[in-house]
Design a protein around this ligand. Sequence first.
Ligand code: ME8
Length: 656
Amino acid sequence: MAKKKFYITTAIDYPNSFPHVGHAYEKIIADVLARWHRLKGEDVFFLTGTDEHGQKIYKTAKEQGKEPKQFVDEMVPYFKKLCKKLNISNSRFIRTTEEQHKKICRDIFKKLENNGDIYKGAYEGLYCSGCEAYYTEKDLIDGLCPVHKKKPEPVKEETYFFRMSKYQDRLIKHINQYPNFIQPTSKRNEILNRLKEPLKDLSVSRTTFDWGVSVPGDKEHVLYVWLDALLNYITGLDYPGENFKKYWPADAHIIGKDITWFHTVIWPCELMSAGIELPKTVHVHGFVNLGGEKLSKSRGIVVDPIKLVDEYGVDAVRYFFIKEIPAGEDGNFSYEALTERTNSDLADDLGNLLQRTSVLIHKNFGGKIPLPVRFEREEEELIQESDIFEQTDELMKTFQWNKAISRIWSFIRMCNKYINETEPWKRKNEPDRLATILYTLAESLRIISIYISPFVPETAEKISHQLGRKPGTFADIKFKKTTKGVLEKPEILFKKTEAKQEDIFAKLSLRVARILEAKEHPSADKLLILQIDLGTEKRQLVAGLKPHFSIDELIGKHIVVLTNLKPAKIKGTESNGMLLAAEHKNKVVLLEAPRSEPGEQVFVEGITPCREQISIKDFEKINITTKQGRAIYNKQFLKTKKEEIEANIDDGAKVC
Ligand code: ME8
């Protein structure tokens, strides 16, 4: 009989910047599902890749003085490296700049055209290149893109439209008929709600830049990046070739919540028009936040997932994301939580179980797994508990991977309870009982190594190796009573780690402020009272600037202010925050960010700022100095998203 097929995809990432933990999270989820289905004996195709066209890539490349193709060629290796580091078992890595992809895109476009679904017109509206999406005024919040909080650009250009409106009724019917088409249900309801409004036809070509797939027969136009990107799911199967015939429709598209509309409305309409079957499930996962905040490169709220793997190990990172972020919801990444999970779940629960079992088998039976003599009630109970396939498979089929791993871990904990209660280390004089207990533990570990292998594949392999076996599949998960084997020497699976200490710089909330007013303090010679604009609020500061600056010089300057200092009274006047200045040989300069807007965050790369208050004592412990006319902390320049912070003074001046 032919094997059952399983086709799973991730979104394809924009390589306009380096990979982040959100990308890592999505690939881990898809990989765990792919490996689970492989263990069930299914024929799995797993696709991931990069989305390389569009305005965002074009603009970023140009900003860096590069041609877009050169730019993506330099960036894509980081995404491939991420896959490798995370032990992602993808069948193919697709790049939308591949010739084959572009050709198939043009073929599909012609299909839509032949079907009467493409017409030429003029588009006038708003476009956010961050989202690569069209917006209307109604979609915006305070005039800004709801995702990127930036003003979208007005665009007016000739375009080809795709008659999406024609498919609205069919799409609604499909979503209603197939409850699994959009998962989880909350997302399905959101989309059904949005579909109560009439669907507009979609502008599917651009003329104002040329970085994309050219429209067949019209070199002036390139395809709208989303039309091109979504097609990767079939071009990655060499549509309409053998792989497509074998694996389509996709069993699961794994995507993040910000791109639900594209996958559950635009994509199915595109497929309906092309006469191609719709995917079975689009599963929408939540977002990974850092320290409770959204990832943001421009605000320095980023963690490099490649570095994370180097520091903590691939399986600690995989386990953390699967266990800690609830499936289908947002969750938080922190070094403390990652350390806690690694130490307690991986090192204590799993590592110790293997270590204790292995040491005892070596000590008492020379490393050879003893055969059991008689199973008592304790063993029978544990054997029964090892039968968790139905439960975990159901959880995996319904995209509840965090619950599946919890169920597996509850079996691991039962094994630990069993070893504690049966105390094999005290049974030297009862060889039959000792043999039965140690056999039960070794056999349980063999089963555990299979269940955990989709989640922590490297660890599973190490356990199999220590048990002297080859990795198994779900065909081997029944508890057997006669498994033979000789153990390798015991080796520690996970070393306990200490939580990475948050850098003290993280305690600073530094923002750009514009000086609105300055006046002399009524009762102090050196002090000035400043009124400043912090973008979202106005504040008053008292600073000892009078000997160094005239009032006129100060007004309008964009300075750097420590905003999370407890307000204090200075000579009777309230000061709410502190401006940063650098001092050297009696010369004082202000730290300045002339091109940044009031309110913009000042950060150094790789350190996520917190929101708590800081004391002046703590601030004084932080050694910010100057170098080449700029402010520097721990060899990194302080910056905003637009520029490095200026400090026009000799190198080595102390910032205070
Ligand atoms: O959207 N947590 O690319 P992308 C979890 N090229 N997931 C996150 C995340 C976070 N903080 N931030 C982003 C694109 N993601 C398009 C996709 S598919 C035909 C085209 C997820 O690099 C995001 O939701 O911005 C998406 O699923 C994936 O990472 C790639 O995001």
